[in-house]
Structures are given as C-alpha cells and as structure tokens.
Design a protein around this ligand. Sequence first.
Ligand SMILES: Nc1ncnc2c1ncn2[C@@H]1O[C@H](COP(=O)(O)OP(=O)(O)OP(=O)(O)O)[C@@H](O)[C@H]1O
Length: 837
Amino acid sequence: MLPVKVMKSGISLLNLEPTTAAGTMPRRRPLHTCGAAFLAIAHKAIIRVQDLDGPLGTTARRAIVFLNSVFPFVYNMLYHWLALLSIMDDHILNVESMVEVVFPPSKHLFDKIDGLVCSAEILPEQLDDFLKKFPLMVHQFPFLDWVLVRLISWLNFLLSILTHWGSKNTRVKEITVDVHCNGTHGCRSEPEVKTAYSPVKSSATQQADSLEAKANAARNHIEPSNAVPSSVQEKANAAGNHKEPSNIVVPEDIRKSVKRLHSLKNRPKSLEEPHCAADSPMYSTYKSANSSPVSDSPHDEFSPYGQMAKSDWSYKEMLKKGKKEEDGEGKDDNTLPESLEAFANDEKAEIAEKDKMPSTTAVLSTYTTFAASAVLVRTVISEVQNISNQLVPKGLQEKIMSKLGFLMGNLSSTMCIVIDEMNGFSNNELFEAAELYLRTRINTSVRQLKVSKVPREKNLSVTINKGEEIIDNFDGMLLKWKFVCMETQKPIFDTENNFTNEIVERKSFELRFEKKFKDKVLDSYLPFVLERSKAIKEEKKVVRIHALGYYGEVDGGGGPWGSVNLDHPSTFDTLAMDPTLKQELIEDLNRFVRRRHFYKRVGKAWKRGYLLYGPPGTGKSSLVAAMANYLKFHIYDLELASLHSNAELRRLLVMTKNRSILVIEDIDCSIDLENREDGDEYSANPMIKKNQLTLSGLLNFIDGLWSSCGDERIIVLTTNHKDRLDPALLRPGRMDMHIHMSYCTFSGFKILASNYLGIKRHWRFNEIETLMEEVEVTPAEVAEEMMKSEDVDAAMEKVVKFLCKKRSECVGKRDSVEGGRDEKKVIGKKRKARSRG
Ligand SMILES: Nc1ncnc2c1ncn2[C@@H]1O[C@H](COP(=O)(O)OP(=O)(O)OP(=O)(O)O)[C@@H](O)[C@H]1O
C-alpha cells in the first residue's frame, strides 16, 4: 500500500545529521524530527484503523484507496515538505547558535526545546509500548472497559452520521426480481421488495445493483449488457414476459450456500465475546454493547449497514420460496441466474468479513493512536508558534493574523465584539463593567487566575489572566469571553529629548457569539452586564474618605489630597441618639436616594443638606460616618481653612464625584466668613474681594449654580454653636434638615451599654436613669467610662460614680451661681438702703 510506504520512508527522508548548537551538544532538527514522528504515528494509526470494521474502518480503507491512486503526488509532497522543514531547521539552529553567543542564558531555553523535540522523536515507540500494555491496563480498572466500549459505540455512531450526513441522493429503489418456476406450479412472479440504499455502496450493494439492472432489463425487454450471459438474458426475458416457465436450474451447492448465507445474516452481529466470567464488568459491557442502539448490525436501521440489510431481505424472500420448493411444496426444478450465484458468493464473503468484529483492544488502541497524534500535532503547532514568535516581527505577525482573521471571520458564523480598556483618553466603562461581571462568572474551566489584595481591603481581588476564556449563558445564547492583553510599542521622547519606544499594555475583552444574536447581545446582554456590574460595585464598595483642600501653593497644586478607606465602625445601630430622630433621618435619606426623577421633575439639583449641631462629643462625626456607611457614599472632608478663594472652592467642587457626602466640620470656627451683605475692610477693593473666600461663595457652592454640577450629593455642616451661623446658610434648600445631637438620654445610654458591654439590662439601670435626668453628660463621656473595665458590674459602677460626680459638680455650680445671685441681691438691697438713707 503506497501511503504506508510513504509514511515509513518519511522517517528516513532527509534524515541528515543535525548541526552543532553553540559548539557543544548536537541538537535535533526540531521541525524535521517532529514531522517524521508525526508521519510515523500517522502510519501506525492508518495500519491499525484499516483493520477495523464499522464505519471507521470503511472510511479508512476508502481513504487508503484514494491515497494509493495519488501516491506519486503524496510522496512528492511529503518529501518536499520534510525537505522544507530541514531547511527551516538549519536556519533555526543557526539562529539559536547566534542567540546563544549574544545571550548565553537562552541556552537553557533551547535545551528545553531540544528536550521536547527528543520526546517527540521517541513518541512513536512509546506509543507502541503503551498500546501493547493498554489491554492489560484496561482490565485493571473496573468499569474502564465498559466506559471505553460505550465511547467507541458512540464514536462509531457519530462517524456513521457524518458519513451519511448530507447525502441527499439517498433514495428508495424498487427492485423487482422475477423468479420463474418450472414444473407443476407453472410460472408466477414474486412480490416486489423495496430496498433503500445509500450512495456509498459496498461491493455487495453494487452487485445487487448489477443484478437489479439485469432483472430490470429482463422485465423491460431491454437489450442486456455484454456482461450478462445470454442464457440469463433469455431466462430473464422469459420471466419478464410471464409466458413460459424458465429453464434456469439452481445448483444444489449454490442453494445450500445461500441457505447458510441466510442463516449467517440472521445471526445477531456481536462484539467479540470476552474471555472472562459472565458476571464480570467486561462481560456486561459486551452484552450491553451488543444491545446498543448504535450497533452496526445489518438489521439495525440506524446502522450504515442497516440500509443495505434491507436489500438482503428481498433475497431472503426469494430464498424462502426456494426453500419451500426444496421442501417439496414445489417439486419442480428451481432456477436462479448465474449472476445470483456470484452475488451469493460475494455476499457470503462480505458477511463473513463483517462478522469478524474488531477486538475491543484493537479499536481502543486505534483511538489512542489518534489521540496521541492529536497531542503531537498540538505540541508541534505550539512549538512552531513559539519559534515564529521569536523569528517573525510582532507587527508582521499581527498583520498576518488580522488578514487570516478577516478571511476566517467571513467564513465563520460567529461575531466578535472587542471591548478595549481605553476609549480614547478616558476609561471605557464597559471594559470595567465586563471585568467586574466576569469575576462572578469564573468557573473551573479557567486555568489561570490573577489574585491580588489592596492594602486595608478585606477581600481578595480575583480576575482571569490574559488569554483565558470564560463561557457565559444568557437567554439561550452562548457567549465566549476572552481576556486579551497585547504589548505594543509607543514612540515617546525621553527626558533628554531622544526618541525611544515605550512598551504599553493594551487590554481588551473579546466577546464571541453567533452572528444571529448580534441585536440581542447589544440590546440586552451588554446592558445586563453594565447593570450587574453596578450592583456588584455597590455590594463591594468600600467607603473612602478624601481630604479635600489646598495644601500646596496658593492657586498652585492642591486638590483632593488623598483618600483612605473609611473604616469607621459607626452605624445607625451603634449610634446613641433619640430613636424617633434617628428613624426620621433614615427615612429622609432613603427618600432622597430614590427620588432621582422627582428632583429632575421639579427642577432641583439632586442634593440635600444636613446641619448637625450640638455640644462636643455628642456624636456628630459619628453620625456622618453612619450616614456614609448606610448609603455607601464616599466622604469628602472639606478643609475650609486651607482655601483662600471662592475659585479654589469651585475647583474642588468639580473634582468631587457623585454619590458622595461633602462634610464641613465645625463650620463656625473653621474660617471667619465675612457676611455677604456687609462689607469689611476688603470689600472696597474688588480685586481683593475676588481672591477671598466669602460667605456668598460658600452659599453659591452649597445652593447656587455650582452646586448643581453633580448628582446624589449630600452636604453636611457640623457646628457646636448653631446660633453663630448666618441664617442665610441655614435656610431650607441649603440646610434641609437640622439635627440636634443632644446630651445622652437613657435610651441612648441603653444603646451604648449594648454596644460596649453587650448587656440589655442591669440592676443599676434604674439608678442610672434617675441620674441621667438630673445631669448632662455626652455619649462620649459615658462611652469612655464603660471602656474602663471589661467586667460589666465594674463598668456600671464606674458609670454610676461618674454620674454622681457630675451631679455633685452641677449642684455645686448651681449653689455657687445661686449663692452669687443671693450675694448680689444682698449687696443691691444694702446699696438701695444706703441711697435711701
Ligand atoms: N451619639 C453617640 N453614639 C455613640 N457613640 C458616640 C456618640 N457620641 C459620641 N460617641 C462616641 O464618642 C466619640 C466622639 O464622638 P464624635 O466625634 O462623633 O462627637 P462630635 O459630636 O463629633 O464631637 P466634636 O463636636 O468635638 O467633633 C466617638 O468616637 C464615639 O465613640
């Protein structure tokens, strides 16, 4: 068989001595060695596969017949191919030597490649060894043989589907075989039998066709072909005319052999019965394989042989008749054409061959050979890729790939959307959204992940590495994401104004899907990804606090000075404040965040101002933190004292982001704001005024045009002295809600006790309640006392002592104040008396 020769000779073709790399160890020719190994494996595979029965074997045999016919071409092609590989090898080895001289550490890499080539070289022998041991190994693992046999059945089934797929010419033919009887019964025609066959005909089918032609010719009185003996023609004509009994005599031995053939064909086709106990898994496997719906029994209509089998039944009918006659029903001499005899012999041979089912191990080893070939091909391809990556410049590679991609893209039914990280100079929101979304879609099919942790962030950040793919399902669509990261060179001028190249990483996502889903992906899937990523962002959002102020030169640098995670544990649950007020505030915040459309409709900037006032240590700052944690809004802590003009204030405002809380703490003492109406020493000079931070600048900032540049903004002012603030600052629309943070009440105390000591009640609670009605203490003071001991009773003791001390101080103060008043009254009375006197 010619191709086999080619395969064999392929190994020795151009098997030249490899050149010496770097003057040390001779290296193998990488491409030639791999190519030869591949041919050797392919040869083994072909040898094995042609011994198989079933669709796989048939296909292989046909392929071999085809290759035989084009042998000179194939041989030449392989020869040239290997010669070409050898030439390329020479270049590769030369380049390796040169690179090694210039860059010695690369030797390690080349040695590794050589090691790979070496393993490819010995792969055919290893494969042989493995195949020898394979049957033994199969028996060592329970159920493995069963699994493999199942697998093979399904592969055969698939192959048979592929073989017949698209064969539109499949049709049903009617073959009418008229057999004339001689003797007492006179002539009679046999029933017509329908036969379906595929255009891929076996020899038996072809013979059936020739017989059909003859029979048709006989029936239709058409001049038969030269191949048909005249006796047969005459008899067929006679049969076609239904006039005279035929003289065709079926020889006894033919009849017998046809009978035997009949019995052979009726026998169920089975796999080779294994030599093991009946209850072993192998035996059950064999049983189940025989009853498999995909068996290639000729009686199975799903089998590729099944259709041919139907034609056999037509002859069976005929044989039945012959049998009847033989049994005495018709004593007359039955006759068959000579061609039928030939057909019967051929059929018999074919059936006998078909009955020779391949052994399980033979089938398995063939598939293993194929698998190994595939592995080798992959290795070779990746090696070639590696080498071409080194040899072909990146730009050229990209061009080739883009051209190839264009060609493939036109042919393929898939579409690809590329989502780049950057959209011009700004970030692409969709890229960020996809990155976040895909983090939730990582599954076991991903091979490489990237894990990182930002300082002070609790959770690890897990993303896919470059080149990795993720499959997603959405509304019946299959979507394939790939993370692509390409290094490109960007020309820049360095510090000395020299032209140089900077390596820039271009990240993007490729989203592939079927072309027909284009609209669905753009209209539904990508908006869904954006929506999901928003929700994920919100879930994972870590509230940050930004220091906002100008710390550099005046009107020079400055800006948000930096930010840190706000790790403030304060929440509405831990805040000791009047429960009704707390509830009111929570509801107000909820209303604010859900009223986007309302604010738009009424033409108001989507912002809200809160004034928190009360003595120091009553929890104003804690309340701001609780609000930020509740809404997941970042905080901008504006340092008014660092600003010098309204312009700076405006510039800072522009830098803040939406969904944030802008806080100005202790506004009464942070800066001495001049009244907007009343002028002062500067107001006379407009230039000086322009460069000042004024109250009107601040008011504009809070409520004027500048305040509307952003959405979902909350402004919080805190003060210890509400009365010192300009009423213009406090009016609704600027400060919408005034929250009084009062001294600690008993309900506030219970919240502190629960937070700090973990108690809901204590026997000292009544005493404390009475004391708290009498004295003014801040939550900060109470919290401080509670922290002085870890023991609950001791801590409560401290709180009581503290409250008693406060009370006595208050009483002392009151007494002294009252005493002073009494003294003043006495002095006054004395004065009055003296003046009267
Ligand atoms: N209402 C409160 N509920 C719970 N803890 C509080 C409360 N008030 C004060 N504290 C505790 O006291 C500490 C100081 O409180 P905070 O700084 O919030 O008070 P403040 O009113 O902002 O003070 P200042 O006006 O001096 O800035 C906080 O760390 C907190 O633990």
